[in-house]
Design a protein around this ligand. Structure first.
Ligand code: 4AD
Ligand code: MG
Length: 435
């Protein structure tokens, strides 16, 4: 491969800051190609943007042009010219051009179906749409780290191989583990490990994959998703709700500051994001059931709310909702029951508006050993599977709360995407583990 040596390449975005007549050298990939008379028009893209370049079909460049197809990689240099017809108002008149990696018959064409784009996701990542989404995702992850660190949380790392269910057996992935001495699963949540870590560090968080064998095919379920989880000693449900509100608000603010261009490219409704400020609406489960009934949804007290119910509910609000006070039977066993009203738990979800629904699940944990054993038994589980978790209640237990935030769902909502598979580069669903 021959690169144009001794040239300094600049990001395409920076070419637009240069004055008419400046010399510029760029490198990137062919986004569009068209010939017109004795000229070739090549739109080149790199990670920062796209620009039109114009090539005179002179003899020394013709052999290079023959190697060009959509997505060929190249380096070029030339003179910056203003041209109203060019995207962004500037173009480069090419003086030298080298194809680095030829490309012929790039498989993605204009009429590609969504299913085909998933089959060739490894190539579709180059699209301007995926480029914008991935930049938003980068900002979202960075902002989550920044927020937790600014609040004095320590970042920790938990195992992915585990031996007991956190979120119920129905979605556990069982593994063929070396030696097969006992059942081993992929983790559904790092929560129990974070609970152990608060006895050392008090406030901890992690961002890691979680795995769920979700049989339901919905717009918002992956089998492998990125989970930001936090746990804090000496906190109750209301304390942890404030952390959740602070986190979501900070991430949205950062996305608006750093990624406005990408959000606009995706045609996101910016006003809805600007509304995201604490306090979020507080709605009890009881009130939610009443609202849903009034809207004609057939739902009874005691039932879990699924994507459909959450869509109806969140369409009524212009910013996120904190939904709290769920019945015992719809939430996992570790949630503390409300001492004033034992049939409901101190569990809460944060629902994103505009129909998106649940992005966070959290609440206060049971900190008393006997209360936890009783609840494990009530749920038909075996206390012996939770031996080490019970230990945390035996040696200096403290009230504590925590939550889990689905990072891919957060990206989906912030970017305004119709389906979660667009929010992650290589989505894993019940039907897809390739590419
Ligand atoms: O509500 P969930 O199941 O709660 C827990 O796992 C707790 N143990 C977390 C904790 O308190 N540390 O999951 C938390 C969040 C959900 O609100 C959702 O955003 C996301 O994780 N999530 C998924 N995202 C994509 N695909 C899936 N299959 C998901 N399942 C949960
Ligand atoms: Mg949940």
């Amino acid at each position: 491969m021959v690169l144009i040596e001794s040239e300094k390449y600049i990001p395409i975005k920076e070419v637009f800051r240069l004055e008419e007549g400046s010399k510029a050298s760029i490198r990137g990939w062919v986004y569009r190609y068209r010939e017109f008379g004795d000229k070739a028009f090549i739109i080149v893209r790199d990670s920062s943007g796209i620009i039109q370049t114009v090539v005179e079909k002179k003899s020394d460049i013709i052999p290079e042009l023959e190697k060009i197809g959509i997505e060929a990689s190249l380096t070029l240099s030339g003179i910056v010219r203003e041209d109203k017809r060019a995207p962004g108002g500037k173009e480069i008149r090419v003086e030298a051009l080298k194809v680095v990696g030829p490309s012929h018959k790039f498989p993605i064409t204009k009429d590609a179906s969504p299913e085909f784009l998933l089959d060739v996701r490894h190539l579709w990542l180059r699209s301007r749409r995926m480029n914008a989404i991935l930049k938003i995702r980068d900002t979202v992850f960075k902002a989550v780290h920044e927020y937790f660190r600014s609040q004095g949380y320590y970042e920790v790392h938990c195992p992915m191989f585990i031996t007991a269910a956190v979120e119920g057996g129905a979605t556990l992935f069982e593994l063929d583990y070396v030696g097969k001495k006992r059942k081993v699963y992929l983790t559904q949540s790092s929560q129990f490990y974070l609970e152990a870590l608060i006895f050392s560090l008090e406030k901890v968080y992690t961002i890691a994959p979680s795995f769920r064998a979700e049989k339901s095919r919905t717009r918002r379920h992956l089998t492998e998703f990125w989970h930001a989880e936090a746990e804090a000693a000496w906190t109750d449900m209301n304390d942890i709700i404030k952390v959740e509100e602070g986190l979501v608000t900070y991430v949205v603010k950062k996305a608006l500051e750093e990624r406005l261009e990408e959000l606009e490219f995706l045609k996101r409704n910016i006003e809805m994001l600007e509304n995201v400020k604490p306090p979020f609406y507080r709605i009890s489960y009881d009130e939610a059931i009443e609202i849903l009934k009034r809207k004609g949804v057939n739902v009874k007290w005691g039932e879990d709310l699924g994507a459909d119910e959450e869509r109806v509910l969140t369409m009524q609000f212009d910013k996120p909702i904190v939904l709290y006070g769920f019945p015992e039977e719809v939430k996992a066993f570790y949630h503390k029951n409300d001492p004033q009203r034992p049939e409901v738990t101190l569990a809460e979800d944060v629902l994103a508006p505009e129909g998106y629904g649940e992005i966070i699940g959290g609440g206060e944990r049971i900190s008393d050993e006997q209360e936890l054993v009783n609840k494990i038994l009530r749920f038909g589980l075996r206390p012996e599977d939770y031996e080490w978790y019970l230990d945390l209640r035996r040696y200096g237990s403290v009230p504590h709360s925590g939550f889990g935030l689905g990072m891919d769902r957060l990206v989906m909502w912030i970017a305004g995407l119709p389906h979660i598979v667009e929010a992650i580069p290589f989505p894993r669903t019940v039907r897809r583990v390739y590419p």
